[in-house]
Design a protein around this ligand. Structure first.
Ligand code: HEC
Length: 167
């Protein structure tokens, strides 16, 4: 009898905790459509994997950063990347330096893009969840439908990741 009521009580607490958890998730409004990926905390101080540049019309400078698990995987040439790997791509408008004309510098930030490895949760997209953020807000679903297709078409043989570690 006592055990039964304890179990009921325990279940009620677990349900309350779960509900509270999902309220927090749904509340933030900052998760990407399709994948539910969010901007990881503290990503701006993560290690640099490599810079990149894209020509017009986007005309952007970029930097790809990784969390500790990503950096370790790159150092050990681990493929596929292990679960928990997170890659972040920062992008800015490409601007000419006003102080020294031949130099390129970052202008306004354009997008922050995220890839999170979870081989079970994202099994149908190579184990990767995708998120694209503009001013901290997730981009729409149509944009998220393009992510995996391009990464799959071009870098399937490198676990769907373009960026190699710059020495
Ligand atoms: C048309 C091709 C294309 C599409 C679509 C695309 N990407 Fe990428 N992505 C790239 C290329 C190329 C790179 C390599 C870095 C660079 O040149 O900017 C890259 C790099 C990345 C990186 C750094 C890790 C890596 O693979 O190098 C992340 C994170 C990323 N993309 C996320 C996204 C997200 C999120 C979306 C969808 C909203 C997306 N990408 C859509 C081509 C694409």
């Amino acid at each position: 009898m006592k055990l039964t009521s304890l179990a009921v009580f325990g279940t009620a607490i677990a349900v309350a905790a779960l509900t509270a958890g999902s309220v927090v998730l749904a509340d933030s409004g900052a998760v990407s459509p399709i994948y539910g990926v969010r901007l990881p905390e503290g990503y701006r101080t993560w290690q640099l994997i490599a810079p990149a540049q894209e020509a017009a019309p986007l005309d952007e400078l970029r930097a790809v950063l990784g969390n500790d698990r990503a950096i370790k995987a790159y150092q050990a040439s681990t493929l596929p990347f292990p679960d928990g790997t997170v890659l972040v791509k920062l992008a800015w408008k490409h601007v000419q330096s006003p102080e020294f004309e031949p130099a390129s510098i970052p202008g306004a930030a354009t997008t922050v893009q995220v890839m999170v490895k979870d081989s079970k949760k994202y099994a149908s997209t190579g184990g990767w969840g995708f998120g694209r953020f503009i001013n901290g807000k997730p981009a729409d679903e149509a944009q998220h439908q393009t992510c995996f297709a391009c990464h799959q078409a071009r870098v399937q043989n490198h676990d769907f990741v373009f960026t190699r570690f710059a020495p």
